[in-house]
Design a protein. Structure first.
Length: 374
């Protein structure tokens, strides 16, 4: 290369090895044989245009971001705890969620979903913890650019969400039409960070058993919103099959008792009633309270419930309270529903408005007397 431009570029590269020059083109024409210039000569003799294709460097594959659709599918699966629940949330077919997660695993070269448990692997949890806040931030930034308030996302345990909160959200939207609330039900065992601890528009309603030793993260603010009494319920058909209401509380130990994932709730309830039981018989373990109540409606046995989980079951007669005829039951709260949010979210107007309304609704629930036992 014997032209002046090539010499300058070569000298620059010698002095700075990281400098990446354009590759000069050699052309013939009015510039003379072997003339050197940066770019292409147009056919009309106009000025040369830079040749960007010869200068572009390939992107480092480590920094190639997977498709947003795959990331959204993965985050929805991690947050809801199920392929079909994620599909419902995103309004797509469940096969699409599975495909996106599989493609994401191939792209990353790691396994995100544990095929045995159906949950996240350790690597999947780590990846979720890092990308969920970023996607939340992207959604918030997009909403801000559209000059609208980002929706308040409330993740909530299934039973409370379906049977108590959801029927009341319409009234909230009528009172506050400027606010959008997205309700997402999650497993009772879901920790706050699983649903996006860094989200700037997220709150969670969960159930905390009395005596829980799990500390709240320092970055999370929380408050108890209700401590409902827990009592046994059954279908009228079940009570009839048992020969009527039991005589004593101890008689319930001979009845078909529906458990959640373990016998903790029943054991603590019996202890509060003054009944010490070496073993608690079970008619079936059904994961969570809202499922045990569904089984109770079907006549499969006796379940523990509270006013927030029962909806209108007692008023409609689908379920009745179990009340021994000789030993009155004691009002027995076993835990509390707790509202959580990040420190930065707690005093935002959207959450403050929702929190105030929520506490008003809970107060009305406390003032509503329960139907007497059948």
């Amino acid at each position: 290369m014997n032209c002046a431009i090539a010499y300058i570029l070569t000298d620059l590269q010698r002095k700075n090895p990281t400098y990446a020059p354009y590759r000069p083109n050699m052309a013939r024409g009015k510039h003379g044989a072997g003339a050197c210039f940066l770019g292409h000569l147009p056919s009309n003799g106009g000025p040369a245009t830079p040749d960007m294709t010869q200068h572009t460097r390939p992107m480092d594959p480590r920094y190639r971001i997977p498709p947003l659709s795959a990331l959204n599918a993965f985050v929805a699966f991690a947050r809801t705890g199920g392929i079909r629940r994620a599909a419902t949330e995103l309004r797509v077919d469940h096969a699409a969620i599975s495909r996106h997660i599989r493609d994401l695993e191939l792209s990353l070269g790691i396994t995100l979903r544990d095929k045995t448990t159906g949950g996240l692997t350790q690597a999947g949890q780590t990846y979720y913890d890092r990308i969920a806040p970023l996607l939340d931030g992207l959604a918030t930034a997009t909403a801000d650019m559209r000059n609208r308030v980002a929706p308040l996302t409330v993740t909530c345990v299934h039973g409370f969400a379906y049977h108590w909160l959801l029927p009341r959200l319409y009234a909230f939207r009528k009172l506050h039409p400027h606010m959008e609330v997205q309700l997402r039900s999650v497993d009772a065992s879901a920790a706050f960070h699983i649903s996006g601890v860094e989200s700037t528009n997220h709150a969670q309603i969960g159930y905390v058993r009395d005596g829980s030793t799990t500390p709240e993260p320092r970055t999370i603010r929380h408050m108890a919103i209700a401590r409902p009494p827990v009592f046994p319920v059954a279908s009228p058909q079940c009570i009839q099959a048992l020969g009527g209401q039991p005589h004593t509380t101890e008689d319930l130990l001979d009845a078909p008792l529906l458990h959640e994932e373990d016998d903790t709730e029943w054991r603590r309830w019996f202890a509060a009633q003054g009944v010490q039981a070496a073993t608690i018989p079970t008619a079936g373990r059904l994961w969570q309270a809202h499922i045990t109540l569904a089984a109770a409606r079907a006549g499969e046995g006796i379940a523990l419930g509270n006013p927030f989980l029962l909806g209108d079951d007692l008023l409609s007669g689908r379920l009745v309270r179990v009340q021994p005829t000789q030993t009155p039951l004691k009002a027995t709260p076993l835990g509390a529903y707790v509202l959580r949010a990040s420190e930065q979210m707690w005093e935002k107007p959207s959450l403050r408005t929702f929190r105030t309304w929520l506490m008003e609704q809970v107060a009305q629930e406390a003032d509503t007397p329960l139907p007497p036992p059948a």
